[in-house]
Design a protein around this ligand. Structure first.
Ligand code: G3P
Length: 215
């Protein structure tokens, strides 16, 4: 599984988000790979309306219908056709009780949850909330040139031991098929990445290479 987090990159916002997501869909169709995207809340309706690949929100708030101005209502996300949400990303960290409530709200309405963690231990501590996936991303490697697979492979092994392979994604600096291959070999189910694709001159070529690492 490959999930691209579009973050707030200009190349992955609005019209560009739709174009980039279509490239993901193209590669998913051509390769048969499980490729998914996590996009900004305001882009969800449009992307979900035009795509067949799974689309996630980047965040939800644990609010209900009513008076929560400015929050991201889980029901609104669900109504767009999104299948799930990231939670607790390094760039959007949550207090533990807020994370717990957010996962509960997501479950109530049938949204999948991908909870991010800064290290394997923190990831393992989230197992009690029963998220669908846990993405371990060392913060210092996020957005950088060196991948978790090459810089800190022991983190992946350790995370697989503590969290189990079924729920484990890893990320930070992942950019090519070899990074994916190593991650899977060391026990991850897939990768969560961003800049390797969003900043690429040729995102399709990068995605094809990433997908080759799943085999
Ligand atoms: O959510 C994915 C992420 O934080 C990793 O970012 O740019 O290092 O692939 P990047």
């Amino acid at each position: 599984m490959i999930i691209t987090n579009f973050k707030t990159y200009e190349s992955a916002t609005g019209d560009a988000a739709l174009a980039l997501a279509k490239v993901h869909q193209e590669v998913a169709r051509e390769t048969g790979a499980d490729i998914q995207v996590a996009v900004q809340a305001v882009d969800l309706t449009r992307l979900c309306g035009e795509l067949d690949i799974p689309v996630h929100a980047q965040h939800i708030d644990p609010v209900k219908y009513g008076s929560s101005t400015g929050h991201i209502l889980p029901e609104s996300v669900k109504q767009t056709g999104a299948v799930g949400t990231l939670l607790n990303h390094s760039e959007r960290r949550l207090e533990r009780d807020v994370l717990k409530k957010s996962i509960e709200r997501a479950k109530e309405i049938g949204l999948k949850t991908i909870v991010c963690a800064k290290d394997p231990e923190e990831g393992a501590s989230f197992l009690e909330f029963e998220p669908d996936l846990i993405a371990v991303e060392p913060p210092e490697l996020i957005g950088g040139d060196i991948s978790v697979s090459t810089a800190q492979p022991e983190i992946i092994e350790n995370a697989a031991k503590l969290i189990g392979s079924e729920k484990l994604l890893v990320g930070a600096g992942v950019k090519n098929g070899e990074d994916v291959r190593i991650a899977l070999k060391l026990g991850a189910r897939g990768v969560l990445l961003a800049s390797g694709v969003t900043k690429a001159a040729d995102p399709k070529a990068v995605l094809l290479d990433l997908a080759s690492g799943l085999k």
